[in-house]
Structure formats: structure tokens, C-alpha cells
Design a protein around this ligand. Sequence first.
Ligand code: HXC
Ligand code: NAP
Length: 282
Amino acid sequence: MFQPTLLSGKRILITGGGTGLGKAMAQRFLELGATVYICGRRQDVLQKTTAELHVAVKGAIYAIPCDVRNLEAVEGMVESIWRDRPLDVLVNNAAGNFIARTEELSAHAFESVIGIVLLGTLHTTMACGRRWLKANHKGTVLSISATYAPVGSAYVVPSAVAKAGVEALTRSLAVEWGNRGIRMNAIAPGPIPTQGAFSRVLPRPELEALALDRNPLHRFGTTEELANLAAFLVSDGSGYINGEVIRMDGGEFLQGAGEFSNLGRALTNEDWESIKPRKTKS
Ligand code: HXC
Ligand code: NAP
């Protein structure tokens, strides 16, 4: 799909790059010639991923344990990367989420998710952005949002609140920093099977079936599809895309929004025939 050198020379940090979508992006970026840094809280997971991708792709990939909720830890990680050379791309992918009835959530539960998703994204974006601005170095930030960010969603309220903030940050800084060479974009994926997400937001087979049922394509997205879109958005080929949130959900969001979208299920062929206007003789 892409020239194999699409991302040659690019240095990319992916938060939460040890698993799921982050790992898939790491693999794709390596295949396209980038140098990749991944971070997460669990060192063993990061090491396993770097070892696996070294064998699979043989690119330059480095793991740095870091909790993005901790500003000092983020500054330390970014500084250690910069000591070698500046980054060119930051991918804010780390997240926390689970389904729950909102009235039952503790303050700590809210803080935990908002801390990872919103504060984590702010910490990394500011750490990289300030360095890029100071050195007049071009940079690109890509954040992984969710389709419910602009409208909210029941049962994932801490995540919805935090992802809405991430999208606001994306659009705000796209304008404030755009004239100084920094692009800000986001991807809003629909459901893509990963252990981390599905175990927490679709923890039962019947919930997966419900999610599949309302998708016009009747399938989930794949990690490869997400990684390809991400590769395009962080590449120079997409240089005029700034401040956008690209939805990638097989049309699921629009299916939910359309007033008459469920008629396909409600009406049979016979029903459609019966409601056609009758031809009257002139
Ligand atoms: C209610 C819960 C809960 C649950 C945790 N808590 N899980 N409350 N229902 N299912 C509460 C805990 O009781 C605790 O509050 C507080 O949240 C923090 O929990 P900890 O386990 O102490 O926090 P921590 O170890 O930091 O773990 C963070 C986490 C965890 C978010 C809770 O799930 C995690 O590490 N997630 C990382 C990966 C992840 O979530 N991936 C999915 C991304 S999918 P108290 O008061 O008891 O101390 C996604 C989009 C999906 O974002 C969209 C699909 C279409
Ligand atoms: P995942 O595998 O659980 O990925 C989350 C990653 O974030 C993990 O590697 C985790 O590693 C890391 N992380 C969590 N808290 C962290 C912290 N405090 N500091 C640093 N890293 C942290 O889930 P995923 O499905 O790949 O999700 C990736 C992104 O896609 C998330 O932004 C998610 O909201 C978004 N998304 C996913 C879907 C989907 O269906 N899969 C749909 C919409 C949006 P550690 O636990 O080791 O820290």
C-alpha cells in the first residue's frame, strides 16, 4: 500500500506501544523505515514487544517504561530520547477504559482514566511541543480518540470526557502551533479487537454480537487498517491535514445517527412493496 521508505528518517514515540493498536502501529512504522520508541507501565510487556518486532521487522525499536500520568516521568522519557536526536512524531495512544454504571464510580476511578487519557496526552504533547517550538523543528502529533468523543457515551463516561478533551486539544493546537510547523490530528476508531479493549468494554460475547450487529459492514476493524491510516497521517504525504479527527468505524457512527437507519431491520421486502405509492388510472 505504501512505498517501503515512507517513514524513513522519522523518529516516532508511541505511548502504550507495547500492546494492541500501539503495537500494530509500531510494527507498521518500523516496516516503513521509522525509528520507533514505545512506552507503557509494564516493562516486561514492552521488552516482549521489542524483541518480537526486532525479529519480525529488524527495525530500530526502543522501549522506555513510563507512566504517562506522571509529568516528571514523561519529561524524563522525552529528555532521554531528545539526548540522542529530536522526535518527529508523537502518537498518543495510551488509554484506560472500562464499562461501568457512572453513579457507581469512585473518584479514583474517574481520576485513573482521565489521568491516563487526558493528562497523559497533555503531558506528552507539551513535552514534545515545547521542544519542537524552541528548536524550530517540525513535528506531528497523532492521538487515538474514540467515535463517542464528540457526542459522549453512556457507561464509559470517564473515557468520553477525557477523549473529548483530547479532541479539543488536537483542534486547538492545530491552529495555535500550525504556523510553526506542528500538525495535530486524531483517529477515532470503532471497535477493533484487542485484548486490552475488548476485555474491558465488550467483556461478554453478547456485547460483541450487539456491536457487530449495528455496524453497516458487519465486522470489526483490524489493527492493520488502523496502522495504515496512522502511517498515512504521520507521513509527509498528509502534510495539509491539520486539526482533523478521522473516524474509522465502518460507518457505525452514522448508522446510529440516521433517523431511519434501522428500517432495514424493521421492514421486509413485502413491507417496502406495500408502502410504494399505488399507480392510479388517469
Ligand atoms: C468500576 C473500576 C473498574 C471497573 C477499575 N475501577 N476497574 N471501577 N468498574 N471495571 C476502579 C478501581 O476500583 C479503582 O478505584 C480505580 O478504578 C483505579 O483502578 P486501579 O486498578 O487501581 O488503576 P490502575 O491500575 O491504574 O488501572 C487503570 C485502569 C485499568 C484504567 C483501571 O483498566 C488499566 O490499566 N487499563 C489500561 C488499558 C485499557 O484500559 N485499555 C482499553 C482501552 S479501550 P478505587 O476507588 O477502588 O481505588 C478504549 C476505547 C474502547 O479506550 C472503545 C471501543 C469501541
Ligand atoms: P490496549 O492494548 O489496552 O492499549 C492501551 C495501552 O496503553 C497499553 O499498552 C497500556 O500499557 C498503555 N497504558 C495504559 N495506561 C498507561 C499509562 N498510565 N502510561 C503509559 N501507558 C499506559 O488497548 P487498545 O485497544 O490497543 O487501545 C489503544 C488506543 O485505541 C486507546 O487510546 C484506545 O482508547 C483507542 N481505541 C481502541 C479501540 C478498540 O476497539 N481497540 C476503539 C477506539 C479507541 P500498560 O498497561 O503496560 O501501561
